[in-house]
Ligand binder design. Structure first.
Ligand code: G1P
Length: 309
């Protein structure tokens, strides 16, 4: 569609976000034996709350979480807790009271259970009855995007301008590409790429580029029909990347697919090392905790760490 047509018949505003949250969190065992990995704190807020805040900051006020067994604490976190609220009110602790209430007021949150966890593609299929026939966003909980470097808003704008689906891409060290979906692209305009091919977690030698898919997507609802006919791929799971590969190659199959390259701050809380780095970084920058924590960290690095090395 050219720009003039796009302006005269605006695309429907995207309002729905889907957050897959059914993973087992095996990399964080035993912490995740009875606690969902989405509830692990990043400083003093569960990781999943940052993701919901990102969705609402981009104007997505209807959030669907795809959950599974043991995910009740996620639902409780976004629900009211009257007993706790009363206790804080009685103590006159209005600051904590407002922080406790904040997660409830963020968005309208819906839940659907995935049942058998058969991969990210399968999780997205579970969203179809809720999403209907409008484009929608998908946010993966392991990726935290720094709110100072908005990505989702750029992706929603790119989808409004170009149509199709939009994925988030980031240059990674070529040796790390086997951890991600990898994309081949052609430039279009203003940092937007046309995706010409995708491979899920390739061997570095076979990777089409070092452009990795990071966990943000704006998807055309045609993805559901493509997912329905996508056979299990890597790991025996239905892979979203495989469906997007079909869409990228056949425009008639709900394509095309575009990529927005992200150069901002991203924290991978699904990896233990990155999780720790995220907490240190975010704690250093917090106005309330930062000054004292930074001063402790400086001393630790200069005086105690040399003894460990
Ligand atoms: C998923 C996707 C992969 C993407 C990654 C981003 O993999 O399948 O294409 O690069 O998220 O975090 P996962 O990390 O869930 O195995």
């Amino acid at each position: 569609m050219d720009k003039v047509t796009a302006m005269t018949s605006p695309r429907p505003r995207i309002s729905k976000a889907v957050i897959p949250a059914a993973g087992l969190g095996t990399r964080f065992l035993p912490a995740t034996k009875a606690t969902p990995k989405e509830m692990l704190p990043v400083v003093d807020q569960p990781a999943i709350q940052y993701v919901v805040e990102e969705a609402t900051a981009a104007g997505l006020t209807d959030v669907l979480m795809i959950t599974g067994r043991n995910k009740r604490p996620v639902e409780d976190h976004f629900d009211r807790n009257y007993e706790l609220e009363d206790a804080l009110r009685r103590k006159g602790d209005s600051e904590r009271l407002s922080r406790v209430q904040q997660s409830t007021a963020l968005a309208t949150i819906h839940y659907v259970r995935q049942g058998d966890p058969k991969g990210l593609g399968h999780a997205i299929q579970c969203a179809e009855p809720h999403v209907g026939d409008q484009p929608f966003a998908v946010l993966l909980g392991d990726d935290l995007i720094d709110p100072r470097d908005p990505l989702l808003t750029r992706m929603i704008e790119a989808q409004a301008e170009h149509g199709g689906s939009v994925i988030a891409l980031m240059e990674v060290d070529p040796e790390q590409i086997h951890l991600y979906g990898a994309a081949s692209v052609d430039p279009v305009a203003d940092g937007v790429m046309r995706v010409t091919g995708l491979v899920e977690k390739p061997d570095p030698a076979d990777a089409p580029s070092n452009l990795a898919i990071i966990g943000r997507y704006v998807l055309d609802p045609g993805v559901f029909e493509v997912l329905d006919r996508t056979p299990p791929g890597r790991g025996g799971e239905i892979q979203l990347t495989d469906a997007l590969q079909t869409m990228a190659r056949e425009s008639a199959a709900a394509g095309p697919v575009y990529g927005v390259v992200f150069k901002g701050r991203r924290y991978d809380t699904g990896d233990r090392g990155d999780y720790l780095r995220s907490i240190v970084r975010l704690a250093c920058e917090r106005p309330d905790l930062g000054p004292e924590f930074r001063s402790w960290l400086r001393t630790y690095v200069s005086e105690e760490m040399p003894q460990i090395d």
